[in-house]
Write a protein that binds this ligand. Structure first.
Ligand SMILES: Nc1nc2c(ncn2[C@@H]2O[C@H](COP(=O)(O)OP(=O)(O)OP(=O)(O)O)[C@@H](O)[C@H]2O)c(=O)[nH]1
Ligand SMILES: [Mg+2]
Ligand SMILES: [Zn+2]
Length: 282
């Protein structure tokens, strides 16, 4: 029995790395191509994928399985970052215990002050924030240095430079598009999640851009557990959601400037959004 890793799903076939070969295979029987994800570990028999092995984790957006690190890519301009989108994707990762870091690309388009103003709340929360400029190859070695064994996933809106980062990290030529002035998205926009081997047991996934993102499917009362900067604060009540309760360590830290106001305000909005979900979500 051979095994392999799905590099890409294309129509009713999947590209699978097995040993030294990359094979184009079809799923067999009840297994369907739309049930496969890039990153899946599979068993192979002849021309077919016969089984998908258990997933260690699974992201819906971007659609990948078995990631070791999520790289949230953002830019301050072209396109301008939406912090609530960054928060939402960090929450998706936290909900499945997937480590995440932030890559602020196109640092050539922002001042050092703007960059640190954006990064500070996330650094303060404990996230690693790297600043890169792919054309000048700035920050690329630093990014290379944090990539763990296994699969790292580039995620973020269209046009932020995910494919450009992949190219800078490898000698792989991938389609990179000029950001069109009208759509503000790359003209060679990436169409499907694809894994690339980058050596030393490491894989990198380039993924299609996305913007609007759901909150993870967690009960409202659990949202607080997904914020690293809220942990180890002392609240009077064990079930404190850090909103209006008396003697709340999170709001105390907020008052002292130890927790970022923007992050906290968006947390309150997300909390209300989760509370407003129809009952089947709870
Ligand atoms: N100024 C500047 N432009 C960059 C940088 N990195 C990438 N770009 C440009 O940004 C545009 C979009 O880059 P892509 O790599 O295609 O972006 P993407 O995130 O892969 O976009 P999608 O595939 O649509 O999700 C291209 O015109 C790149 O040349 C950078 O560091 N600085
Ligand atoms: Mg791309
Ligand atoms: Zn509290």
């Amino acid at each position: 029995m051979k095994s392999g890793v799905v590099l890409r799903v294309l129509g009713d076939r999947a590209q699978v790395r097995s040993g030294e070969e990359v094979l184009s295979l079809r799923p067999k029987g009840v297994l369907r191509a739309d049930g496969l994800l890039a990153g899946d570990e599979v068993e192979i028999s002849g021309e077919h994928i016969t089984k998908v092995l258990g997933r260690r984790n699974q992201l819906g957006r971007p659609p990948v399985a078995n990631a070791s690190l999520l790289l949230v890519v953002a830019t301050l301009r072209d396109p301008p970052v939406q912090p609530s989108d960054v928060d939402r994707i960090l929450l998706q990762a936290a909900a499945i215990d997937l480590p995440a870091a932030i890559v602020v690309n196109k640092r050539d388009l922002a001042t050092p002050e703007e960059l640190s103003e954006f990064a500070a709340p996330y650094r303060n929360a404990g996230y690693e924030v790297l600043e890169t400029a792919t054309i000048r190859r700035e920050g690329i070695a630093e990014l290379q240095a944090i990539l763990p064994q296994g699969l790292s996933v580039l995620a973020g809106p269209s046009g932020v430079g995910k494919s450009s980062l992949l190219s800078a990290l490898t000698d792989i030529a991938v389609d990179v598009g000029a950001v069109s002035a009208r759509l503000r998205r790359g003209r060679h926009t990436t169409r499907s999640a694809t894994l690339y081997e980058i050596g030393e047991g490491r894989l990198l996934a380039d993924t299609p851009g996305f913007s609007a993102l759901e909150l993870p499917n967690v009960p409202a009362a659990k949202l607080r557990d997904l914020y690293p900067e809220f942990q180890d604060r002392e609240c009077r009540f064990n079930d404190c959601v850090h909103r209006a309760e008396p003697d709340c360590g999170v709001r105390e830290a907020l008052g002292l400037g130890l927790i970022d106001e923007g992050r906290y305000e968006r947390y309150c909005r997300f909390l209300a959004e989760l509370e407003g979900r129809p009952p089947q979500w709870h």
